[in-house]
Design a protein around this ligand. Structure first.
Ligand code: SF4
Ligand code: SF4
Length: 115
């Protein structure tokens, strides 16, 4: 028995979504920028003030983080997944905010469960 199941592909729902990356302003401490000792690549965020940076594109209309690749609701990924800032690390799939983001892009909330 291999344990493989041909009829139950386990694609994480975020990989066909990306709505949160195209719905909210993403602000974080300047110390998360790579040139300040953090890991967020320079060029993908702008400094808002002396203590805060913001992912490019997240305060534009329509909102779309500059690091987001793919098409929202079809196939999406974070281009800097390993180096994304803390708000993105803390954002929970299946949360209330997740449901708001998905609704903004015409998608139903995720069903209950752990993601
Ligand atoms: S809105 Fe929810 S399901 Fe969509 S990418 Fe963000 S966390 Fe994942
Ligand atoms: S950095 Fe990545 S996870 Fe965060 S908003 Fe941008 S695309 Fe989404």
């Amino acid at each position: 028995m291999s344990g493989d199941s041909a009829d139950a592909p386990s694609i994480h729902p975020c990989l066909t979504c990306g709505a949160c990356c195209a719905s909210f302003r993403v602000d974080f401490a300047v110390y998360e920028m790579e040139d300040m000792g953090g890991r967020v690549p320079a060029g993908l965020a702008v400094e808002v003030n002396g203590s805060t940076c913001r992912m490019r594109g997240t305060d534009h209309v329509p909102i779309r983080c500059a690091a987001l690749t793919g098409t929202v609701g079809v196939k999406a990924a974070c281009g800097i997944y390993e180096w994304r800032p803390s708000p993105c690390r803390e954002f929970e799939a299946g949360s209330h905010a997740c449901g708001i983001a998905r609704a903004r892009h015409g998608m139903a909330p995720l069903p209950d469960g752990v993601y």
